[in-house]
Design a protein. Structure first.
Length: 340
């Protein structure tokens, strides 16, 4: 049978109210009494029921975080940044993995509402934000992560992915490449569309350049490898001379496919750049050039915005943070090909 507060009170010869004060407001209790109650807690093995306490308070000390794919190190680092910042304020982060599925995202949001979390951080899977609006209207603040909010409806922390896509494609073009391929994921994911739009803009600025698009069903290593195999099945003259992958996982998969061919050299025959600059990018057999995102800073900044909303819901504090992309050049795009 679980040990109750009353059991602790009896063992320490104090009132139930005194035990409650020791647990929640120890500064109001004499040190000797605190020591006696703590000794009884340790002896009986009492564990406080935080769920009941939170129910009475109406809110937990938790923040809900739903990411697109926890298997992507980029989102794992966002979670680490959010967790570290939340801990500074005595809060915990409950992590949900949408796995790029809107249904799973909605299920986690429902769960977080039932858990009475203080707020929610979310990387939306699609364009429909009605479920987030309902969450916000119920009194739970929402911050979008790695995604800008339309019309300022939500606070948000994101990177300029259009500029990031432009930066990646421009780097390939500046290296003398002209037949580019974009390996992307579901267009329902805003970041994929924005990165493609930026790449297309860069190609449109070069009249002799082309861009083909390979839409893959997921942003994973497996799908990147499948895309690479599609490209390698073509005659050499019909292959692109550069590939921009919508994230580093796809880029790693493409690199695997290229490595299996044997007669394809990276970057001499095909240059390759990814996006996110996860640790795996630098550690690849051919270190990958990438567009760097400050993942942990994105996570911690999202918590900052949420805490500001909680402290002053109607205030005029900052509601949006946009980070600029950074090009990281490694061996996968560096070659002796002369610049135009």
């Amino acid at each position: 049978m679980a040990v109750s507060v009353r059991d602790v009170a009896v063992a320490a010869s104090v009132s139930v109210g005194t035990v409650s004060n020791v647990l929640n407001r120890p500064e109001k209790v004499a040190p000797a009494t605190v020591e006696r109650v703590q000794a009884a807690i340790d002896e009986l093995g009492f564990v406080r029921n935080d769920a009941a306490r939170q129910l009475r308070a109406g809110r937990s000390r938790s923040i809900g975080l739903v990411v697109l794919d926890v298997g992507n190190p980029f989102f794992a680092d966002i979670a680490r940044g959010a967790e570290a910042r939340a801990a500074e304020d005595g809060m915990t982060v409950l992590l949900g993995n949408a796995d790029e599925q809107a249904g799973r995202e909605a299920s986690y949001l429902d769960l977080f509402r039932e858990q009475r979390v203080n707020g929610v951080l979310v990387t939306p899977v699609g364009e429909d934000l009605h479920v987030l609006e309902r969450l916000r209207d119920s009194g739970i603040p929402v911050i979008l992560v790695d995604r800008e909010a339309p019309d300022g409806a939500f606070g948000w922390v994101a990177m300029d992915d259009v500029e990031g896509g432009h930066l990646a494609a421009s780097h390939l073009l500046d290296r003398g490449r002209r037949r580019l391929a974009f390996v992307g994921g579901p267009r329902s994911i805003r970041q994929v569309g924005d990165r493609l739009a930026g790449a297309q803009r860069a190609v449109d600025e070069r009249p002799d350049a082309t861009l083909e698009v390979l839409d893959m069903p997921a942003l994973s290593v497996l799908q990147g490898r499948a895309a690479g195999e599609q490209l390698m099945a073509r005659p050499p003259a019909e292959r692109p001379d550069a590939v921009f992958a919508a994230n580093d996982l796809l880029a790693v998969g493409v690199l695997q496919a290229l490595a299996l061919i044997g007669d394809v050299r990276v970057p001499e025959d095909i240059a390759l750049i990814g996006y996110d600059d996860i640790d795996f990018a630098a550690a690849a057999v051919v270190p990958l050039s990438s567009i760097r995102q400050p993942a942990r800073l994105i996570g911690s900044s999202a918590v900052d915005l949420l805490l500001q909303d909680l402290a002053d819901p109607d205030g005029s504090h900052e509601r949006a943070i946009r980070f600029r992309p950074e090009l990281v050049v490694r061996e996968s795009t560096v070659s002796e090909r002369p610049h135009p």
